[in-house]
Design a protein around this ligand. Structure first.
Ligand code: ATP
Length: 298
């Protein structure tokens, strides 16, 4: 019995982690010692990153063959530009993030970075090229300094502080009695969602990846925290290709392109202004959220 329930529980944990948003992949593999199911092609070369252009060509995907999730998705994100993916819950937004990380294999079409199919390159080099800021950053039972420094082996104290400053978490850290040596995680100081996210941003800034994948938090944050996080994300995105998986619309207006996903298909694409003028689904979603905001403010 134990032998049967253990692996199922284990899968359940993994599934929940995935459902929580985008997994901080390296952290998760390290924590759970889970071997990646997907193997590198024999003698696969490393990904050669030129600028970090991301292309999805006719991407199809299902977790279960009986239920297609992505149905021919075409997306082009030129190097250094930003894309936001919006759409109703369950439309497949986070799935695109998981495919980009090759956590799952596409079932049709292809996904390319700087012209290279991600199936043809080593997963290590792929993961090195993409930084993830998940909704729920995994913290280790260690110091804040370790938790940020984890972004890059051998990062100096000065580099860690610089990343924390850029991520708008430095002032909070130096206000703690033990500063950067404060123990956090399950057995230490519990950080709020917004603080954890900024630690995640600092970690990613240290990693300095050409491509950034942001899984925007769904949880309600107070206005100041939200502003801090937006500033931190903006700083983090400078000079990189940024893909935002947006569960709300408030943060996507600046994106170079917004795609609206519905039941696994792109139903609209354009800039914030263009989509508002088109009076389509995006405009309707924007109006509905504006109503919510007004109600909340009333
Ligand atoms: P949300 O905004 O609510 O996070 P989303 O657009 O990001 O939604 P996805 O997480 O990509 O949606 O999920 C798309 C669909 O795939 C959903 O119906 C979901 O239930 C299903 N799904 C997600 N992960 C798995 C999995 N590991 N196994 C089976 N089905 C899954």
């Amino acid at each position: 019995m134990v032998q049967i329930t253990m692996p199922l529980n284990f899968l359940g944990t993994v599934y929940r982690e995935i459902r929580q948003g985008l997994v901080d992949m390296e952290a998760m593999f390290d924590l759970l010692h889970q071997p990646a199911e997907i193997l590198d092609a024999p003698n696969a070369p490393e990904l050669q990153v030129a600028g970090g252009a991301v292309v999805l060509k006719e991407v199809e995907f299902h977790y279960d063959p009986a239920r297609p999730i992505l149905k021919g998705v075409d997306i082009v994100v030129p190097a250094g530009r930003s894309l936001a993916i919006v759409g109703p819950s369950g439309s497949g937004k986070s799935t695109i993030g998981r495919l980009l990380f090759r956590f799952y294999e596409v079932t049709g079409g292809s996904l390319q970075i700087d012209g290279q199919d991600i199936r043809d390159v080593t997963q290590n080099s792929l993961h090195a090229a993409i930084g993830v800021v998940p909704q729920d950053t995994v913290l280790f039972n260690d110091t804040i300094r370790y938790n940020i420094g984890y972004g890059r082996d051998g990062a100096s104290y000065e580099e860690i502080v610089k990343a924390a400053q850029k991520a708008r978490i430095h002032d909070f850290i130096i206000g703690l009695p033990d500063g950067y040596e404060t123990q956090v995680g399950e057995r230490g100081l519990k950080l709020s969602g917004g603080e954890k996210q900024r630690v995640g941003i600092a970690r990613t800034l240290l990693k300095d990846p050409p491509i950034l994948l942001l899984d925007e938090a769904t949880s309600a944050l107070d206005t100041q925290t939200e502003r801090d996080i937006l500033d931190a994300l903006k700083a983090a995105g400078e000079g990189r290709t940024v893909i935002t998986i947006a569960h709300r619309l408030s943060t996507v207006a600046d994106a170079d392109e917004i795609v609206v996903l519905e039941q696994g298909q792109v139903v609209e694409r354009g800039t914030h202004e263009g989509l508002l003028n088109a009076h389509g689904k995006y405009a309707a979603m924007w109006a509905a959220q504006a109503e919510d905001r007004d109600e909340a403010a009333a």
